[in-house]
Design a protein around this ligand. Structure first.
Ligand SMILES: [Zn+2]
Length: 340
């Protein structure tokens, strides 16, 4: 069963899936300029997008009506389900997601867990690993933030570089919550080439099933594709979730050169040729207004509208395309049965 914000659902009933997006979000970094409520005028749009979340107004979208319209456009592109990975620390809005799902007709999955330490409220930062595990478990089994809306995935679990003691505790708690609920774990790794290996070590030593762990943001963590194969050998799923960002400049780290959509697909094709096709996930990780249709962006439907055509141009077999846009994310979202 897939646990959506409106209830449990058979995977058979679901069309194409975007595994890593943000539907309602506030990711405004400290030091961002302006205020979240400010408009983004056309003259400023390109620069806001290029420097991405430096502008407060760009990094915050909490309007349910806007989200509903964006999801309806995703459905027009054939989309069926979106996972909102806005965990605690990213302005998670469980009731808002439920409303957007009801009004758009698009299935939504919400997320248990915590983001990077400096986004997490101090009372939660102070919790032990055991208390965090109970919290994440209850977010899947009972509800999020005092609502009856339940999470269907754990994470994106936020990891800084270097990993902080709180983040290490939260990862061990995520492993425990996975064992208790059968949910998959999604991890936002620190910006370092050794971060993912360290994360898998912590998850494995706390009993996680690494085949149900997704390592996000390969685009900026392993931009040239080096160092990914050892993660796949351990069973993990790796995710390219910057689809739609067609620029080389990465606004968070001057030293990283981002791949483009075709570059991402070529790396994925290489891994698929080595037999890892079922361990790759793709998404767009939309977390700024300028990537939404309303502000002239590509929206949640870009992969379905444009990238599947690029896949065919690169001669991806139909089975691999189906795995990327539907089968693999549904396999991960399908809660594993826990023996009572
Ligand atoms: Zn994200």
């Amino acid at each position: 069963m897939i646990r959506t914000v409106l209830g449990d659902l058979s995977p058979d009933a679901v069309g194409p899936v975007m595994l890593h997006e943000h539907v309602l979000f506030d990711i405004v970094p400290p030091g961002a300029s302006g205020v979240p409520e400010a408009p983004i005028v056309p003259e400023a749009r390109w620069q806001a997008d290029y420097r991405s979340n430096e502008l407060a107004a760009n990094a915050c979208q909490r309007d349910v009506g806007v989200a509903t319209r964006e999801l309806a456009l995703f459905a027009e592109d054939g989309g069926g389900l979106v996972v909102d990975q806005s965990v605690r620390g990213l302005a998670r809005d469980a009731e808002g997601l439920a409303r957007a799902a009801r009004e758009s007709g698009v299935h939504l999955v919400a997320a248990a867990g915590t983001y990077v330490e400096d986004r997490v409220p101090s009372d939660v930062r102070a919790l032990s690993a055991e208390a965090l595990c109970d919290l994440f478990t209850a977010e899947v089994t009972e509800g999020l933030d005092g609502t009856e809306v339940r999470a269907g995935i754990i994470g994106e679990m936020g990891c800084s570089w270097p990993l902080t003691p709180f983040e290490a505790r939260a990862l061990s708690a995520a492993a425990g919550a996975q064992a208790a609920t059968g949910a998959a774990i999604s991890v936002h790794p620190g910006r370092h080439e050794t971060a993912c290996g360290e994360i898998l070590d912590i998850l494995a030593s706390n009993g996680a099933d690494l085949r149900r762990v997704v390592l996000c943001h390969m685009d900026r963590t392993h931009p040239e594709g080096r160092g990914i194969a050892p993660l796949l050998d351990r069973g993990a799923v790796v995710e390219w979730d910057f689809f739609g960002i067609e620029q080389s400049h990465y606004w968070m780290t001057e030293t990283v050169e981002l791949p483009t959509d075709l570059g991402r697909l070529r790396q994925i094709a290489d891994l698929a040729a080595q037999g890892f096709g079922a361990q790759v996930a793709i998404s767009q990780d939309i977390c700024t207004k300028t990537r939404l249709r309303r502000w002239g962006g590509h929206g949640y439907g870009h992969i379905l509208r444009n990238v599947t055509g690029l896949m065919r141009r690169l001669a991806f077999p139909p089975g691999l395309i189906a795995a990327l846009i539907r089968d693999t994310p549904l396999r991960l979202l399908n809660l594993k049965e826990i023996p009572q």
